[in-house]
Write a protein that binds this ligand. Structure first.
Ligand SMILES: NC(=O)c1ccc[n+]([C@@H]2O[C@H](COP(=O)([O-])OP(=O)(O)OC[C@H]3O[C@@H](n4cnc5c(N)ncnc54)[C@H](O)[C@@H]3O)[C@@H](O)[C@H]2O)c1
Ligand SMILES: O=C(O)C(=O)C[C@@H](O)[C@H](O)[C@H](O)COP(=O)(O)O
Ligand SMILES: [Zn+2]
Length: 380
């Protein structure tokens, strides 16, 4: 990735392009970007009627201002509310939203807006991919996680009893509006969880960015210009990967660093967010991916300790032992991992690493090694 942090800092508002030919779109980043949401959306979806999907928490905090901006641009819209939290990524909410979009008589050329975190974004995008075989949609991410990751790249979907995001579609948005001021109302636990995905970009392929985060994370949390820089650099990293490999035929799998273990953990606790939210699962999963890489003699203990120190410094969990309550045995984790979307012809794929910024995709990992490793981690 060429963009450097200082470059990103220069503009108060930054724009990152996701280059996908005719389906290219912009990510507009900065404090106050949402004030012009109406005009921005009208520019990409001229004449469209809209359904705005929002969760109950975000609706209370931000719906009024958002609707005012749409009204000012003359955008007729219906607001559809879903319960807050991971449990909304389910068939029931998917079906209800599809039905409500149809009841509002939105046409194929109309649009659906996701105003919220990754849950609302994934669910809404999936609805948009399905209703009338595909409607335009816009992402207005309101969590750090959604701004740096889930709103970009077109992975949409819901969870299944068998695992995370197992039902879904690739469906790219027409625009992403990441207003970093909206993060001021985000609870610290959710901000930290989103930060795990920020750190992920450094760990998977950008050691200088990880070093920058080690030095600047307090300013990122405090909400100064460093926060916008971290969001912009993360979006640029994701946009580069998605443009090169939209459908995850190869390199995009790197964005799954920590997710094989992390997703298994989320499913193992039945998506109970009191116990673990996605970003926390990713933090623990990234730590496990590093420890597993150490076990395979790909990295040394100094690298593992460096990663652990940074994630611990910011207050993220780093071990299965950090999850409250009893966890199921390794066999249950292995059953869930066997359903991971990266599995091919029954063979497990893991994102491993040779150092900070040097992750790689390893196919055909021996399940017995993974199982023994998980047993160790669940016992010690
Ligand atoms: N599609 C992708 O590429 C991708 C990438 C990463 C994660 N995800 C998915 O994203 C989901 C997690 O997203 P998340 O961490 O944003 O969770 P979330 O959407 O549940 O949001 C977290 C909490 O923050 C609240 N909230 C949202 N914005 C707020 C604001 N500005 N102020 C106050 N409260 C606010 C929400 O109501 C919720 O309670 C997971 O389902 C994960 O699988 C998808
Ligand atoms: O965009 C991607 O590709 C990612 O892997 C980003 C992840 O952070 C995200 O959690 C994604 O939803 C996981 O993808 P999945 O295919 O494993 O469900
Ligand atoms: Zn993720």
């Amino acid at each position: 990735m060429e963009a450097n942090v200082a470059d990103a800092a220069e503009a108060e508002r930054t724009q990152v392009k996701v280059d996908l030919g005719a389906r290219s779109y912009d990510i507009k980043i900065g404090r106050g970007v949402m004030d012009a949401a109406g005009a921005e959306i009208a520019a990409v979806l001229p004449g469209a009627r809209l359904a705005v999907v929002v969760d109950e928490t975000v609706a209370k905090l931000h719906q009024k201002a958002f609707s005012e901006s749409l009204n000012a641009a003359g955008l007729e819209h219906t607001v559809l509310t879903v319960p807050s939290g991971e449990s909304s990524k389910c068939f029931r909410e998917f079906e209800r939203l599809c039905d409500e979009v149809l009841a509002a008589r939105l046409e194929r050329g109309d649009g659906i807006v996701a105003l919220g975190g990754g849950v609302v974004g994934d669910l809404t995008g999936f609805v948009a991919s399905a209703v009338r075989r595909g409607m335009s949609f816009v992402q207005v991410p309101t969590t750090l996680l959604a701004q740096v990751d889930s709103s970009v790249g077109g992975k949409t979907g819901i969870n299944a009893r068998h695992g995370k995001n197992l039902i879904g579609a690739f469906h790219q948005p027409a625009l992403v509006l990441a207003d970093t001021a909206i993060l001021d109302t985000l609870p610290i636990r959710d901000f930290r969880a989103g930060y795990a995905e920020v750190a992920k970009y450094g760990l998977l392929g950008d050691e200088p960015f990880f070093r920058w985060l080690e030095a600047n994370w307090k300013a990122v949390f405090a909400g100064g210009p460093e926060r916008d820089q971290a969001v912009a650099r993360s979006c640029q990293a994701k946009a580069d990967v998605v443009a090169a490999d939209e459908l995850e035929a190869g390199r995009r799998a790197l964005l799954n660093l920590g997710h094989t273990f992390g997703h298994a953990l989320e499913a193992a606790v039945s998506y109970e967010t009191e116990r673990v939210v996605h970003g926390e699962g990713v933090s623990i999963g990234m730590m496990l991916a590093h420890e597993f890489s150490e076990k395979l003699q790909l990295i040394d203990e100094v690298t593992v300790a460096r990663v652990q120190k940074h994630l611990t410094d910011v207050g993220l969990p780093v071990s299965l032992k950090d999850v409250p309550g009893q966890l199921p045995p390794a066999e249950t984790f292995m059953d869930i991992i066997a359903q991971d979307k990266k599995v091919s012809r029954g063979a497990l794929t893991f994102i491993l690493t040779r150092g900070v910024g040097e992750a790689f995709v390893e196919k055909g990992v021996d399940p017995a090694l993974v199982s023994d490793f998980l047993k160790e981690k669940l016992e010690t």
